[in-house]
Design a protein around this ligand. Structure first.
Ligand SMILES: Cc1cc2nc3c(=O)[nH]c(=O)nc-3n(C[C@H](O)[C@H](O)[C@H](O)COP(=O)(O)OP(=O)(O)OC[C@H]3O[C@@H](n4cnc5c(N)ncnc54)[C@H](O)[C@@H]3O)c2cc1C
Length: 407
């Protein structure tokens, strides 16, 4: 028996999550006060996009008015905005700002390529073992359980807003693993629980690069960055006169690891890249949308304005992940918004069972979970993923090697 949920309605998403998904969250269900889900909100953010000053202000933390970050990441992560659309929207910007911004879009694309190729392998250090030989870090269970003002600021934003600027992501990741030697995968899970843009691709890549597993160079977090990026914050800190991060973490040599052979070469890039053209083997009776592609411009959705749309909350997966309620509210906001324009059916359960009796049109998504479901579902129409750069068989060992290979 399918478990069909009532369709979420705009303005009522928090109580909808409490009623329908409350048993699957790890905290009190609230909406992010900073970012709202849905195509209307995503399009408004894109229209307002202005990258003037981005190159010099991308890393600013405080005051908030100086931040150059665009906060587009949740919309990009869930496919409401494609990287190509965002790239094009900066066409008139100054060269320096545009170059820096589009470079970051490429980092997002690189992370997607890495994850598509390595899958769960991205949870293993890809090139260097981040645990330094012979080093004795000050290991503590929860390095973020501190009253240091810099860490409290970042954790507060993570847990309240479900979003952080890149700079404070690096502070937290470095404080966790580089200074205190805590397992990076546990820290990565904590991020994933809360971030509205949380993706295994970009989150694991971000952690690997911060802790040195990607390049052999670790990002050291000290008072210096706080003073530079958040002037005035240290003065509010109880540790102002005896800062525990006054000095740099030890400069250590990281051992290289063999790494997955797929990093250097991947014989059949179409396995991770998906089809170049729509593949049709029959008539679809519904469009299946996923968390990778929740926008109105999803290719399968636009190809079939007449068909009902289906979305399944993967109950076994969510029971395992125990995400923050904010993440599910963001998804509910996307669905409630879509439901004002399309006939939408929302289900809860194992997607393989919930969709078993359907002939589906869908869009390829470059994540392992999507591949597993495509294998068991009746997909009669598969649309191409809107890559910024299509995967090749060339190396993904580093960002620059990948960029050259996909040019
Ligand atoms: C430890 C760590 C964890 C991270 N986890 C995630 C994550 O789960 N999901 C996620 O989307 N990003 C992640 N990032 C990357 C980056 O921090 C965020 O994409 C960015 O802060 C989002 O804010 P923004 O939209 O204002 O970015 P902007 O600076 O305005 O950049 C525009 C877009 O470019 C992309 N982008 C920017 N910087 C990066 C980057 N370093 N890597 C990949 N893509 C980037 C994002 O899609 C972003 O929306 C992580 C970085 C680190 C260091």
């Amino acid at each position: 028996m399918p478990t069909t949920l009532p369709t979420p309605e705009r303005g009522d998403e928090v109580s909808w999550v409490v009623a329908c998904l409350g048993h699957l969250v790890e905290d009190e269900v609230t909406a992010s006060p900073s970012i709202r889900g849905g195509q209307i909100a995503a399009d408004a953010a894109l229209v307002a996009l202005d990258v003037a000053g981005y190159a010099s202000r991308r890393n600013e933390v405080l005051p908030r008015s100086r931040r150059g970050a665009t906060m587009l990441s949740p919309y990009i992560r869930h496919g409401l905005l494609t990287l190509g659309e965002v790239w094009s929207a900066t066409a008139g910007a100054a060269d320096r700002d545009r170059a820096k911004f589009t470079d970051e879009l490429l980092w997002q694309e690189y992370a997607r390529h890495l994850y598509a190729r390595l899958g769960r392998g991205l949870a293993e250090p890809i090139r260097f073992d981040p645990t330094p030989l012979g080093a004795t870090p000050d290991v503590i269970d929860d390095p973020w359980a501190t009253d240091m003002a810099c860490v409290r600021l970042a954790i507060g934003e993570l847990e309240r807003d479900g979003w952080l600027v890149n700079q404070t992501r690096m502070w937290l990741a470095s404080h966790w693993s580089v200074r205190h030697g805590a397992d990076w995968r546990t820290g990565e899970e904590r991020f994933f629980t809360h971030l509205l843009d949380g993706s295994r691709a970009a989150n694991r890549t971000g952690w690997q690069w911060t802790i040195g597993a990607g390049t052999g160079k670790r990002y050291g977090f000290t008072r210096w960055q706080v003073t530079k990026r958040a002037p005035g914050l240290c003065e509010t800190c109880p540790h102002h006169t005896a800062c525990p991060i006054e000095t740099w973490p030890d400069d250590v040599h990281l051992q290289s690891v063999t790494g997955d052979a797929g990093l250097r070469r991947f014989e059949d890039p179409s396995v991770v890249g998906g089809p170049r053209r729509t593949m049709v083997s029959g008539a679809a009776d519904a469009v299946w949308i996923t968390a990778e592609s929740l926008g109105d411009r999803d290719p399968a959705l636009t190809a079939h304005p007449e068909l009902p749309v289906m979305f399944v909350f993967d109950e076994p997966l969510l029971a395992r992940l125990r995400l923050s309620g904010k993440r599910l509210v963001f998804l509910a906001e996307c669905l409630a918004d879509l439901a004002t324009r399309r006939t939408l059916e929302v289900r809860l359960g194992d997607p393989a069972k919930e969709l078993a009796d359907q002939r589906l049109a869908t869009t390829f998504a470059p994540v392992p979970g999507n591949a597993r479901l495509r294998d068991v579902l009746e997909i009669v129409e598969l649309h191409p993923w809107p890559w910024l750069r299509r995967p090749t068989s060339g190396p993904v060992t580093s960002f620059s090697a990948w960029r050259n290979a996909t040019r």
